[in-house]
Design a protein. Structure first.
Length: 90
């Protein structure tokens, strides 16, 4: 597991990186284990997962922005990429 986080006070923002690599094909995360137990089979066999998150407060506009990208690979199926952008007014 690898993680890194950096705050930029002058921009009122933060960037975070996290990476996970599962070195054994039979390893299961807790959620994978619970799904396998509930449904009697595995739905994914995770190999690697990387996440990058960027948060910024736009105080003049009363808005916070959250941008997230994650890339997940599996031992037994194609990779999965996810993007998420959230804007919130306060």
């Amino acid at each position: 597991r690898l993680s890194y986080s950096k705050s930029f006070d002058e921009l009122d923002s933060q960037v975070t990186f996290a990476g996970y690599r599962f070195s054994e094909q039979n390893f299961m995360s807790m959620s994978e284990y619970l799904d396998a137990r509930e449904y009697g089979r595995r739905f994914g066999n995770s190999k690697e997962m990387y996440t990058i998150t960027y948060n910024q407060q736009l105080r003049d506009l009363g808005v916070s922005a959250y941008l997230n990208y994650s890339h997940q690979t599996y031992w037994d199926k194609p990779a999965n990429d996810r993007y998420n952008l959230t804007l919130s007014r306060y």
